[in-house]
Write a protein that binds this ligand. Structure first.
Ligand SMILES: [Ca+2]
Length: 501
């Protein structure tokens, strides 16, 4: 008997639904721009009781990283199990079916194996020329807004704002002629006055229908629910803002770039400056800084409350015992640390993400692992948990299954995480438990200058210093890991002129 067969028998013994040949359901919860600013990750300021409760039910991944810190590419890596360096899908306007026409996405793969797949809210990035991927789902996508305002003052009295236009594929060639919308608003409002409340309500209706279907004909479900806060603008009902005393929120401690970091790695302004009253230079004053941080925490609590409604419905319907739940943030967020706001960097705060996995009968409640994890690992992990064959693409599958780790948090299936961010050069990063190496290289100019960053999270957790010049041995070891990665795919063309968001 070979090892693979033994492993299947072992797994079948461990996972009740494999033994009974009964497929588990999957509920994938995506949260836009959510860094681990959550109680369960030790953030004392955060108020996230529902996500904390999820962490208590399964496994928390403490060293989880996105593969690229921007919405659309990050979601492609999740849905394909492929790095953007394998597909060329680096941009907000990158088109999945142009770049990888025959790709079989994770939900498509589950559908091929008898699942009914559904999607609600922000799943694939829609906007900047992108329209989602109908092939991935059994039924039409339930679409709702990302950029949303209730207060007319936020939109110059109801005008179409730049970000609203970008996220709804309107006036894409004339974005600069449109007014900026507000960075935040806090009206007295009901949860369902904003998209996340409506997405939660519809997800609950879908779960109810899925339960009936499962009882009637045994069809398992794969439902992906995408929540948009804490993505900007921080539009959330006042009651969530009122949960915080802004004077007590943590302010950034280090607001300067790391010493010795190459220019190409750095960022000022960008997305944050697309919202008023942020100065167009992107400089954020002290009062505004506190308001933005307040908005991020309030928006996170609002999203958390919607997630709580969905998980309560799962329990009420008796689905929790055979439903795998994954909670994932699409990338991290700079809250003024290093003087940077939003994402789009290769630094720790933009790339570290929350991942929670609850696999009934596999994960122990309240377990925690320091296994380095990437977004691309979720596809092969869910496939194995569901007893499906190992996904083979046709797109390159860069992820590894985390099932051994789910069964034992001490086990290691990889020794680093890989992520990238493209600027004038492509920044490819290797994150180990202790270090991060970033290589900035223009692959179209092999003789061009290559620049390196090295951060040591043991001695310098806040990235105050680039150690690349003084630690050649460590740089050499990490470069050797990077050298094993294939040559990065060239960028798939962007059909529009939308900016990075
Ligand atoms: Ca995002």
């Amino acid at each position: 008997m070979n090892l693979k067969r033994l492993k299947i028998i072992f797994l079948a013994a461990c996972i009740p639904w494999l033994a009974q040949a009964e497929k588990p359901n999957v509920l994938l919860i995506l949260v836009d721009d959510l860094k681990p600013a959550m109680g369960c990750y030790g953030d004392a300021a955060a108020k996230t009781p529902h996500m904390d409760a999820l962490a208590k039910r399964g496994m928390r991944f403490d060293l989880a990283y996105c593969n690229q810190a921007v919405c659309a590419p990050s979601r492609f890596t999740l849905m394909l199990g492929s790095h953007s360096t394998s597909t060329g899908l680096y941009g907000l306007g990158s088109q999945l079916r142009q770049g990888v026409p025959k790709a079989v996405t994770m939900p498509q793969y589950f559908a091929k194996h008898g699942y009914r797949t559904e999607s609600l809210g922000k799943v694939f990035h829609i906007g900047h020329g992108n329209k989602g991927d109908p092939k991935s789902f059994s039924v039409p996508h339930f679409h709702d807004k990302v950029i949303e305002y209730l207060d007319p003052a936020s939109t110059d009295g109801g005008k179409l704002t730049r970000e609203e236009a970008l996220f709804t594929n309107q006036r894409l060639g004339q974005i600069r002629s449109l007014p900026r919308g507000a960075a935040f608003e806090s009206p007295v409002a009901e949860d369902a006055d904003y998209a996340d409340g409506r997405v939660a309500e519809e997800t609950i209706r879908r779960l109810e229908a899925a339960k009936e279907r499962r009882t009637k004909d045994g069809t398992p479900f794969f439902i992906t629910a995408g929540f948009v806060r804490p993505h900007l603008p921080f539009s959330a009902p006042k009651k969530y803002w009122d949960m915080f005393d802004p004077a007590k929120l943590p302010m950034p401690k280090n607001e300067v770039f790391p010493k010795g970091a190459p220019q190409v790695a750095l960022k000022r302004g960008g997305e944050i400056a697309a919202y008023k009253p942020v100065p167009t230079s992107g400089q954020v004053g002290e009062t505004l800084k506190r308001e933005l941080i307040h908005g991020y925490y309030a928006s996170t609590s609002y999203a958390d409350a919607q997630i709580g409604k969905v998980t309560a419905a799962l329990d009420r319907l008796g689905l929790a015992k055979n439903t795998i739940i994954v909670l994932w943030g699409d990338h991290g967020w700079h809250l003024g640390d290093l003087g940077i706001w939003t994402k789009h960097t290769n630094f720790e705060q933009a790339n570290r993400i929350p991942i929670l996995i609850i696999a009934p009968g596999v994960t122990k409640p309240g377990s925690v692992t320091k296994q380095l994890t990437e977004t691309v690992d979720i596809f092969p992990t869910l496939a194995e948990l569901a007893g499906l064959p190992v996904p083979k693409g046709p797109q390159p599958i860069d992820g590894v299954s985390l099932v051994p780790v789910l069964m034992n948090p001490q086990i290691r299936v990889r020794n680093h995480a890989f992520h990238v961010y493209p600027r004038r050069k492509l920044g490819r990063a290797i994150r180990t438990e202790r270090y991060r190496l970033v290589e900035w290289k223009n692959h179209a100019q092999p003789d061009g200058k290559i620049e390196y960053e090295l951060y040591d999270y043991q001695s310098d957790p806040h990235e105050t210093q680039n150690h690349a010049a003084t630690r050649p041995k460590v740089v050499g070891e990490l470069k050797a890991i990077l050298a094993k990665y294939p040559k990065p795919a060239t960028r798939s063309r962007r059909p529009d002129k939308g900016r990075k968001k």
